[in-house]
Design a protein around this ligand. Structure first.
Ligand code: HEM
Length: 210
């Protein structure tokens, strides 16, 4: 759970930071996207790094979902008889929505790849011009799509907050103060990640990027 989660988290941070290049203009953003295809050159041929990353991320995603299922089944087996009185509120909202959060994120990912990588559901849909794809994809008339993106990013925020808090608690001091620190760090990190991702569709929506 932790190793695959960390890999996915590293990708999210790099992707969010890379997306902010959109604020430097079309040339800068498209140049960055082309550079992504040449990472590792001249040792690695064109797009090889990207394909290695795709392979590693897919394995991490499958591993993450598999580990979550195994852990959930183990927890269920440990307590085959359901609690007669299960308190309604157990843990934070983030903790209770991990499973559905994961499903929303997966559905989002399918749409997102068709939208901005393959281009089939994007009004421009040209993989060579990612800036134009982003501007067309988040145009005001396509607000339902933007809303879906926003919901998915918030789901990711909750998911990351809980995941990071659990990881920090495992690694850190199991004292009230240590737990409080882990809580604040996980929340702060999730807010920065969400704000960074949301800034791009929001900037297109209000005409700041276009
Ligand atoms: C909401 C803000 C987001 C924007 C504006 C955005 C934008 C983009 C763009 C423009 C690309 C294509 C890059 C290229 O081909 O050069 C891309 C690819 C991708 N994005 Fe996002 N993204 C966002 C959020 C996310 C999130 C939250 C995730 C993960 C859950 C994600 C995962 C991916 C993946 C896996 C790829 C494919 C990378 C590859 O080609 O292998 N994106 N994104």
């Amino acid at each position: 759970m932790a190793v695959s989660g960390l890999l996915l988290l590293l990708f999210l941070v790099a992707h969010m930071a890379g997306n902010l290049k959109i604020f430097f203009g079309a040339e800068s953003f498209d140049h960055y996207a082309h550079w992504l295809r040449d990472i590792g050159a001249p040792v690695l041929p064109h797009t090889w790094y990207l394909w290695i990353q795709r392979f590693v991320l897919t394995a991490a995603l499958v591993g993450h979902a598999w580990a979550a299922t195994v852990l959930a089944l183990r927890a269920k087996r440990a307590r085959p008889v359901r609690y007669a009185h299960r308190p309604k509120v157990q843990g934070s909202y983030a903790a209770r929505t991990m499973r559905w959060g994961g499903v929303i994120i997966l559905l989002f990912l399918v749409w997102h790849l068709l939208d901005l990588t393959v281009g089939t559901v994007n009004p421009v849909g040209n993989p060579a011009t990612p800036y134009a794809n982003v501007v067309a994809g988040f145009a005001p008339s396509r607000w339902p799509v933007t809303l879906f993106y926003a919901l998915a990013v918030v789901a990711i925020g909750f998911h990351v907050r809980h995941g990071l808090f659990s990881a920090l608690r495992t690694l850190g001091q199991r004292t009230a103060k240590g737990e409080q620190r882990a809580r604040v760090a996980a929340l702060g990190f999730a807010i920065i990640l969400c704000a960074g991702f949301l800034s791009v569709p929001f900037a297109v929506l209000v005409g700041l990027v276009g």
